[in-house]
Ligand binder design. Structure first.
Ligand SMILES: Nc1ncnc2c1ncn2[C@@H]1O[C@H](COP(=O)(O)OP(=O)(O)OP(=O)(O)O)[C@@H](O)[C@H]1O
Length: 630
């Protein structure tokens, strides 16, 4: 069996063919909850919903009792007719029978409504808790686990849990109670005939004992593999522009195909398991039915049971088949719900961002002291970084691709935490600052800007909700929004929208171009007013006209703030106070443009080659990336 390096091996199934250059992402990077955690959740759910659960089960039980009275009445009817009775009595029995049927239907309908309400309540609460929990995770943790697994837990797994609670739980409870009641009714009617039922027990017990653990493992694997499919789909659609630009389409199709193949193989496995289990369940109902008929016939001939008892028992035994099948097949569904619940609750195991009190700051200087960082334990991508950045300073970071520039930016902005050394803002360790305070100090601006589904106003104010005392005063607040839009050159665009600030934008509403999305993000930043910005190639993905527009907006934003810019193009490095040159995770040169040129080191080489390229290309300036030259 061959596996590609990123592929999760699947027990009991072959993995993707060796020719596939990339497998689906490894499954199960997020943890799973254990049995004790699932039990604790179930206990809390039962306590919280005790009233509704009792009502639901009570209604199901009432429907059930009404359903059981029917065969008894029919039995009496058959015997009365055989023994000779009045039409009045037959009419009375028939009318009672109809009344019982109506009562059964009404109770069953009310019970299903309650079960649905219960399922929806649980679904809503589970999703809310999940989203709250995920939003409380450290950003680095969310980045590390990827969005596919999180998405599938919040959507398909939550749906499966809902389905389990709405359908499987009441059906299992109903089926179990039906079996007990029906068995009791058979015992009451004729203990002798009840004996035949025991013949079904070995078929049901042995096959379920064999099936259950195998199915549990297969379902857990299936959900993780379905998350992989979602991860590849999400990654491909989210990075559609990059996929197209780099011609990654065929590779993504192969990755998707490999992920789907794994799902198909696991589905084949679960289906195969069912092909053994389901026929055994059929035997568990058919063998006792045949035996009861046989014993019943003999006993009736010998006068050991009456016709009424025999009719009722035959009807009861026939009625046993459905709840028995329900019980076992819905426990199968419940297993899927259980696997989904383990995945949903697994997020609770991730480290929590503990609420921290705001720290007193001594100014707004940034300082890195002996900083080292690795994404994993094996390799440090940053090491021995000491750097002081004064308030209001403009620092540009250049270096080859992979030198560690973006990582440095993330550490400065507190997105990742240094694995060695300390990053300080105003003297305080960034890891001790609460997120709200940190974001008023420093914000990372990248080339990817998300437009949130909502109005333009929502998109502008979501970072500042509660920050400003005047937020409640509509006009003053709007004036600030318009001022921010003017500053980032977006006011004309906002005025051209059908409902101005109240126009719905983002996914599913009016589309927003990448440059407008970036300008909107800059306006949002302007409103949240951080002291320092880390700009990580904020305009790199835009075409040159859009990029110029965003850069003009940026110029307004950076006024009066500390700015660390990570760049590949050297167009504006001369304006920087200092330039840091990175190589292999270290700062190898640091100084002003003139100082570094005089030093004639890595920066000077980079500058000269860039300058030569610019001259040879004429007035447009080189579009080559610094990375290719350092
Ligand atoms: N999320 C991640 N997980 C693991 N390794 C990573 C991750 N992000 C970056 N790296 C690795 O860390 C090193 C530094 O990457 P980084 O993105 O900081 O460099 P960079 O100088 O910004 O590169 P570029 O100019 O291409 O953006 C590289 O070897 C990169 O492969």
């Amino acid at each position: 069996m061959t596996t590609t390096p990123t592929q999760a091996p699947v027990a009991g199934a072959d993995t993707a063919p060796a020719s596939a250059p990339a497998g689906p992402p490894a499954a199960g990077r997020l943890p799973l909850a254990d049995r004790a955690e699932v039990r604790a959740w179930t206990g809390a759910f039962v306590r919280a919903e005790a009233g509704r659960l009792t009502l639901t089960f009570g209604l199901f039980a009432a429907a059930l009792v009404a359903g059981l009275v029917g065969p008894r009445l029919l039995g009496h009817l058959v015997e009365s007719i055989k023994n000779g009775t009045t039409t009045g009595r037959v009419d009375l029995l028939a009318l009672t029978f109809v009344a019982v049927l109506v009562a059964h239907a009404l109770f069953a309908r009310a019970a299903r409504t309650q079960a649905t309400l219960l399922g929806e309540r649980v679904l809503a609460r589970t999703r809310e808790d999940f989203v709250r929990r995920v939003l409380g995770l450290p950003l680095s943790e969310v980045e590390a686990v990827g969005t596919g697994d999180l998405l599938s837990r919040a959507t398909t797994d939550a749906d499966r849990l809902n389905e389990s609670i709405r359908q499987a739980v009441p059906r299992i409870a109903l089926a179990a109670v039906t079996l007990v009641f029906t068995f009791a009714a058979i015992l009451l009617a004729s203990p002798l005939l009840a004996l035949g039922l025991l013949a079904g027990v070995p078929f049901a017990v042995l096959s379920t004992w064999w099936y259950r653990p195998r199915a549990t493992r297969a379902y857990e694997r299936l959900l993780a593999q379905e998350a992989d499919v979602l991860a590849v789909t999400h990654e491909t659609t989210r990075g559609a522009a990059t996929v197209e630009a780099l011609g990654l389409g065929p590779r993504q199709v192969r990755r998707h195909g490999a992920a789907v193949d794994q799902v198909v193989r696991t589905r084949q496995r679960t289906t195969w398991l069912q092909t053994i289990w389901f026929p055994s369940l059929d035997l568990a109902t058919m063998v006792p039915m045949a035996l009861t008929l046989l014993i019943g016939g003999l006993a009736y001939q010998r006068g050991q049971v009456g016709l009424a008892e025999l009719t009722a028992v035959v009807l009861y035994v026939q009625a046993l088949g459905e709840p028995l099948n329900d019980l076992l097949t819905w426990t199968d569904e419940l297993q899927i719900g259980n696997a989904a619940l383990r995945r949903i609750l697994g997020v609770e195991r991730l480290p929590r961002e503990e609420p921290r009190p705001p720290a007193p700051l001594d100014g707004h200087a940034l300082r890195l002291e002996g900083v080292g960082f690795g994404y994993g334990p094996d390799r440090e991508v940053l090491s021995g970084i000491d750097l002081d950045i004064a308030p209001g300073e403009r620092l540009v970071v250049v270096g080859a691709s992979g030198a560690g520039k973006s990582t440095l930016g993330k550490l400065l902005a507190g997105v990742h935490h240094a694995t060695r050394g300390t990053v300080r803002i105003g003297g305080a360790d960034v890891t001790t600052l609460p997120v709200g305070q940190l974001r008023r100090e420093i914000v990372l601006v990248t080339q990817e800007q998300h437009v949130f589904a909502g109005t333009v106003r929502d998109n502008l104010t979501l970072a500042t909700e509660g920050h400003h005392a005047d937020a409640a005063e509509g006009t003053t607040a709007d004036a600030r929004l318009w001022q921010a839009l003017e500053t980032v050159l977006l006011a004309d665009w906002a005025r051209s929208l059908p409902d101005g600030l109240d126009t719905e934008i983002g996914p599913g509403a009016a589309p927003v171009s990448p440059s407008h999305a970036q300008q909107l993000a800059l306006a949002r930043l302007l409103l949240s007013d951080p002291h320092a910005l880390v700009l990580d190639e904020a305009t790199a993905l835009l075409d040159s006209t859009a990029s110029r527009r965003v850069e003009r907006s940026l110029a307004a934003l950076i006024e009066g703030r500390t700015v660390v810019s990570i760049v590949h193009r050297l167009d504006s490095v001369r304006d920087a106070d200092r330039i840091a040159v990175m190589d292999a995770g270290r700062i190898v040169e640091l100084g002003s443009h003139d100082e570094l040129l005089a030093a004639d080191g890595a920066y000077a080489a980079l500058w000269h080659s860039w300058d030569a390229a610019r001259t040879s290309e004429g007035c447009g300036g080189p579009q080559g990336r610094a990375s290719s030259n350092v």
